[in-house]
Design a protein around this ligand. Structure first.
Ligand SMILES: [Zn+2]
Length: 388
């Protein structure tokens, strides 16, 4: 571990330059041309380090990058994204700069610094020739911030081939890892009623809006915050005029759950909602886009491994849970051991004060290198080691 720490400290400036080069190229998910420029920079830097690069293009998002190091049988997947939530031009409002102990800029924390950390850790392994029996596959995608629609299949394919998946999303405060993440679902409830003139024939209509109001109360009853189950009717729409009994109304519902069982229960409850007012009908579409990342035994074993390595470095590593989903949710749901939040220590994801802590970068990269060494050299019970 001392070797890795020394190596990462010696390459501290290299790491900062790598991260800054990515942040300097703005890469909003919904601008494929821009996001591809950032991807090209990343691909060229990884190629220089000896990676074999495959580019997967899609018609609706930017290209995704797969970079492979080493030729061994045992695969460890390093996962993350280089798209950000910030539009082109945001650099003028939140410039890329080193400010005291902070490196600031759009997308630095979520999660371009994480890509830098994973890359330096991989370099450290190669410098120690620790990659003879394994291969490290990096998957850096370009549509995570908009739901990973075009990258999900690729992520799942690579995860199935892997012993373990390390996700370089931002850490929790103080550097804690994410050993559970809520699953995130979105549902649309469409209510159909019978329209009528509100003044001349009020008794002939059945209001979709009045029915929707009853359904909103039923949906609210699903919420159970103690269990980590939350539902939010975030948008309601309906009706056409004040003097018309509404023929249609709709609601958009955000739902979150900690366990796959609770996510399934929410799905079932919403899809079996029954109309209260005679003459109305309901339709519920949608579902959980990202299943929960459960704190399974495999996740805990991976976390304990990281915690042990951190302890050797004199770092007290903690764990926590996140309310939002990441691509780690997909891989964990496949049963592949997944550890999330291995990215930089910092603050302000999706916020104007986004930054990472410069001092914490080299120790973090050394910790990742230590974890990778362990995963590359010993069977862990993931996909690569046969039936568990
Ligand atoms: Zn992210």
């Amino acid at each position: 571990m001392t070797n890795y720490l020394n190596y990462c400290l010696a390459n501290h400036e290299w790491l900062l330059d790598f991260i800054e080069a990515l942040v300097a190229i703005e890469s909003p998910s919904d601008d494929p041309a821009a996001v591809n420029l950032c991807g090209a920079e990343l691909a060229s830097r990884l190629t220089e380090l000896g990676a074999t690069i495959t580019r997967a293009s899609s018609s609706t998002a930017g290209d995704h990058l797969r970079a492979s190091f080493g030729t061994g049988d045992r695969q460890v997947l390093l996962l993350g994204h280089f798209d950000t939530v910030w539009p082109v031009g945001q650099l003028e409002r939140m410039p890329l700069k080193r400010d005291g102990g902070k490196l600031c800029g759009p997308g630095v924390f979520d999660m371009k610094a994480g890509i830098g950390l994973a890359t330096l850790a991989t370099r450290a392994l190669m410098a120690q020739a620790a990659l003879d029996r394994a291969r490290i596959v990096m998957l850096w995608t370009s549509d995570e911030e908009i739901g990973s629609i075009t990258s999900r299949a690729m992520i799942e394919t690579e995860a199935r081939k892997s012993e373990a998946v390390l996700v370089f999303e931002p850490s929790l405060p103080g550097g804690a890892l994410k050993t559970s993440r809520k699953g995130v679902g979105q549902f649309e409830l469409v209510v159909r009623g019978i329209s009528a003139h509100a003044g001349l024939d009020p008794g002939k209509g059945v209001s979709a809006i009045h029915e929707l109001a009853r359904q909103v109360l039923a949906i609210e009853r699903i919420q159970d915050l103690d269990r980590g189950v939350s539902v939010n009717v975030g948008i309601v729409q309906g009706g056409s005029r004040a003097n018309v009994v509404a023929a249609e109304a709709r609601a958009t519902v955000d739902a979150r759950a900690v366990t796959i069982a609770d996510a399934d229960a929410i799905d079932r409850t919403l899809k079996s909602l029954a109309p209260v007012l005679t003459g109305t009908s309901l339709e519920v579409i949608g579902g959980f886009d990202r299943p929960p990342l459960e704190r399974s035994a495999a996740v805990v074993r991976l976390y304990e491994m990281a915690r042990g390595i951190a302890r050797e470095m004199g770092i007290d590593l903690h764990e926590g849970s996140a309310g939002g989903g990441s691509d780690g949710n997909f891989t964990a749901a496949l049963g592949v051991p997944t550890l999330d939040g291995l990215g930089a220590v910092g603050d302000g994801a999706h916020a104007i004060h986004e930054h990472v802590e410069i001092e914490a970068l080299a120790p973090r990269a050394a910790l990742i290198a230590g974890l990778l060494t362990r995963l590359c050299s010993a069977s862990f019970g993931g996909a690569g080691s046969g039936p568990a």
